[in-house]
Ligand binder design. Structure first.
Ligand code: C2E
Ligand code: CA
Ligand code: CA
Length: 745
């Protein structure tokens, strides 16, 4: 742009005129003095006018210069670049911003074509707009990339207009704005959005209150919920219920504390299916460090889990039989030990080695051997409870872990069953029948070892001994346990036979009235007389009978026997007496006792009022409402009810009130030390008092000395039973005792 210097032309002309007038002055003087004076005056006035005019002009020139400076500043320092191009696209003017954008000083820009600074790929855009401009005369706008001498390109917006300059030549006015930053932001957002949609992970973004704001396409594919179904909801709608409150609390705690959490979690899809996912949650914080958003990214890891489970199975199982392997046995054993220790339970480890397996392998080949092992595995597992672990340790060695064992000898029962089951013939698919055997070593927790290693080692030692004793049998790690187990197994066989062979007897122990010393009745106690073993005490065989399911049969037999005997005594002229029969827990819980009692009373004709049934505390404690009903039905029959071994079971007296009972039998352990232990004295006295408060009669068991009897008498106890009066004796002997009662001592 040129400075407007021509603006002074007018004032110069004025000055010329004034000089002409002044130059003409002497000539005029000569014409006339008067005229002269007038003219002079006029001239002076003109001159003043001219000077004023000139001053005005000077003023406006200054104004013009100021505005020119302002304009110049605005033009040069504008935030956008201005360029003027001639019709050949050559730069004819540029402001400072433009020259900065193009990366050159103004003077070295001039006469260069603008296209020289435009990235080659964008030339077409430029020319297209350029053409349009010429054609339509309308200003054009475009975005294209400039480059500074081949350096990295950057984005500008280019606005182009076409006018005429002062000399009426066409000129292009170009405005350049730097949009590089905006462009790269746009680009970033575009890429982020593409990534958000294309990623293989499900993504959700929530606000600080965990309300879902956006989800991506993958989220919908994985959960089955469309965006519109979840926006505004919280991710809780996906929860599967697999994780508890605690889990979520810990998770959110982590997110708050570290702004991040990652872990495995199970969610529920819209169709109800639950699936495992790897989830990461990030907290997004605003400038004040407050959480503004949460971003959850998750992937479905079902397949991974399946593969993991498969690998895990392979690592813990024997491929041939599918049984657990040594590794799994070991971890189960560890777990079992810690559980058993905590809950004070016992467990057994059985180590088994097949006998004569090698023969099968050698004679029929490995395939036959493998098949046999599979069949063995099958027979072993088909007989066991779910909680028991069967393991193939390798070769023809197997192990079995029995958890929650109620009795150490139960392990032997399982061992015997396995011995029998595996000794049955085996049918192989090639048509051959083979026979094998097995030897078993048993170690018990806690008796034979407190660690997995110890238990394994001791079971192995026991197995070695079992094999040493001619195979086909079992051995505990300790000899006495083996004996006890064998005896028990032996007892079982004998007991089954005893019932058939009539080896059981009922003995009667007198019950005595403490005040009068008269026998008022007897407790019926079972006796077993075995030809080889002699007398076997009920404490030994009744638990066996209970376990093998013989107790109901035996109990029924005792009841019938006692009522029959009672009738015989009545017939023989004995006065009214009371006969007490023990009922086992098993009898009470399974089967209808009341119906049985009614039936036996009816059959024998024994008066119900003379029959007393003894129950232990533990029989009464479970299923109370049912128990009350059963007791009620028994009382309705007219039978008396006693609570046996009182004080040894649950010491809750509350239930005594609810049960219809007649008599309370103080357990003999309290009577035993009565004369020495003050505590026992107090307990016995308290029980007697308690019984009486509840309107029950009280009987003391196990009275052996006069001192005990004197104490009981002082306390007002009603009856007693014990060696002091008599042990349990045969029906015949009891008959004699009764007739001689009161007891002569
Ligand atoms: P229980 O019902 O507490 O029977 C009392 C036990 O104490 C009897 O043992 C008896 O012989 C013994 N005894 C009696 N007086 C004395 C004494 O002065 N001192 C000592 N130390 N002991 C004495 P037994 O006959 O060996 O019976 C043991 C347990 O077997 C009985 O305990 C009872 O629970 C059970 N039992 C006995 N017969 C039967 C029966 O027919 N059916 C059922 N279900 N259980 C029975
Ligand atoms: Ca009893
Ligand atoms: Ca008792």
């Amino acid at each position: 742009m040129k400075k407007p210097a021509d603006a002074l032309i007018d004032s110069n002309q004025l000055r010329e005129r004034a000089e002409q007038i002044v130059a003409a002055q002497p000539a005029l003087e000569a014409v006339s003095q008067d005229n002269d004076k007038r003219l002079l005056h006029e001239l002076q006035v003109h001159q003043i006018e001219l000077e004023m005019l000139n001053e005005n002009l000077r003023q406006s020139q200054m104004e013009l210069e100021k505005s020119w400076a302002r304009y110049h500043d605005l033009y040069e320092l504008a935030p956008v670049g201005y360029l003027s191009l001639n019709d050949n696209d050559l730069i004819v003017d540029a402001n400072r911003t433009a020259s900065k954008l193009l990366g050159r000083l103004k003077k070295s820009l001039l006469e260069y074509p603008l296209t020289r600074f435009i990235v080659r790929d964008d030339h077409d855009i430029y020319y297209a707009h350029r053409k349009q401009l010429v054609k339509t005369g309308k200003a054009q706008q475009m975005e294209l990339r400039l480059t500074q001498a081949g350096a990295t390109s950057y984005w500008v917006r280019l606005e182009m207009n076409r006018t005429l300059d002062m000399d009426a030549n066409p000129v292009l006015r170009v405005i350049l704005s730097d949009i590089n930053e905006q462009k790269s932001n746009d680009e970033y957002l575009r890429q982020a959005a593409a990534m958000f949609e294309a990623t293989r992970e499900g993504v959700m973004i929530t606000d600080a209150q965990t309300r879902i704001l956006v989800v991506n396409r993958r989220f919908s594919e994985l959960t089955g919920y469309s965006a519109s179904e979840v926006i505004g909801m919280t991710p809780q709608m996906l929860s599967s219920g697999r994780q508890n409150e605690q889990f979520y609390t810990a998770m959110w705690d982590d997110v708050q504390k570290h702004s991040y959490w990652q872990g495995e979690i199970w969610d529920r899809r819209k169709d109800g299916e639950i699936f495992p996912q790897m989830l990461s949650i990030s907290a997004v914080r605003c400038e004040q460090n407050q959480i503004s958003h949460y971003v959850g990214v998750f992937s479905d890891i079902s397949k991974l889990k399946d593969a993991e489970a498969r690998l895990d199975f392979m690592a813990h199982h024997d491929p041939l039989t599918g049984l657990s392997n040594r590794l799994l046995l070991f971890s189960r054993l560890e777990h079992c030990i810690s559980m058993s220790r905590r809950e004070r339970k016992s467990a057994a480890l059985l180590m088994m080695d097949l006998d004569r397996f090698k023969d099968v392998n050698d004679s029929y080949g490995h395939l036959a051997g493998d098949e046999l092992l599979q069949q063995v595995a099958h027979r072993l597992t088909s007989r066991l409870r779910n909680i028991d672990t069967v393991t193939r340790l390798g070769g023809d060695e197997f192990a079995l872990l029995l958890e929650d064992l109620s009795h150490p000898q139960d392990a032997a029962l399982v061992a015997v069953e396995i011995l029998e089951s595996l000794s049955l013939p085996w049918q192989l698919s090639n048509g051959i029948e083979v026979r094998i055997g097995v030897s078993i070593g048993i170690s018990l927790f806690p008796e034979h070892g407190k660690s997995s290693e110890e238990l394994l080692q001791h079971a192995d030692t026991a197995l070695y001994r079992a094999k040493g004793e001619g195979r086909g049998n079992f051995k505990y790690f300790s000899e006495d346990m083996t004996h006890a187990a064998l005896r028990r197994i032996n007892l079982e066989t004998l007991l089954r036979r005893a019932v058939v062979k009539d080896e059981l007897l009922v003995y009667y122990q007198p019950q005595v009235d403490i005040r009068t010393g008269k026998i008022i009745g007897a407790e019926a106690l079972l006796r077993w007389h075995n030809a080889e073993e002699g007398m076997i005490p009920p404490d030994q065989f009744i638990p066996v009978a209970e376990e093998i399911g013989l107790i109901s049969e035996i109990g029924e037999w005792v009841l019938r026997q006692v009522c029959q005997q009672g009738m015989n005594w009545i017939a023989a002229g004995l006065p009214s007496l009371k006969l007490a029969v023990n009922l086992s827990l098993h009898q009470f819980r399974h089967g209808d006792v009341a119906a049985l009692v009614a039936e036996v009373l009816h059959e024998t004709g024994f008066p119900p009022g003379m029959l007393e049934l003894e129950l232990t505390e533990s029989a009464l404690m479970e299923r109370e409402s049912e128990v009350v009903l059963i007791l009620q039905r028994l009382q309705d029959l007219g039978v008396r009810l006693a609570i046996d071994d009182f004080g040894t079971g649950y010491s809750s007296f509350a239930y005594l009130k609810y049960f219809p009972l007649n008599i309370l039998k103080i357990d003999k352990t309290f009577i035993e030390d009565l004369t020495e232990m003050d505590d026992d004295k107090e307990i016995a006295a308290a029980i007697i008092g308690l019984g009486h408060t509840l309107h029950l009669q009280v009987l003391a068991e196990g009275v052996e000395t006069e001192e005990q009897l004197i104490f009981l008498k002082e306390q007002g106890c009603d009856f007693y039973q014990g060696y002091y009066a008599s042990p349990a004796v045969s029906a015949h002997d009891f008959f004699n005792l009764f007739q001689n009662s009161p007891v002569p001592k």
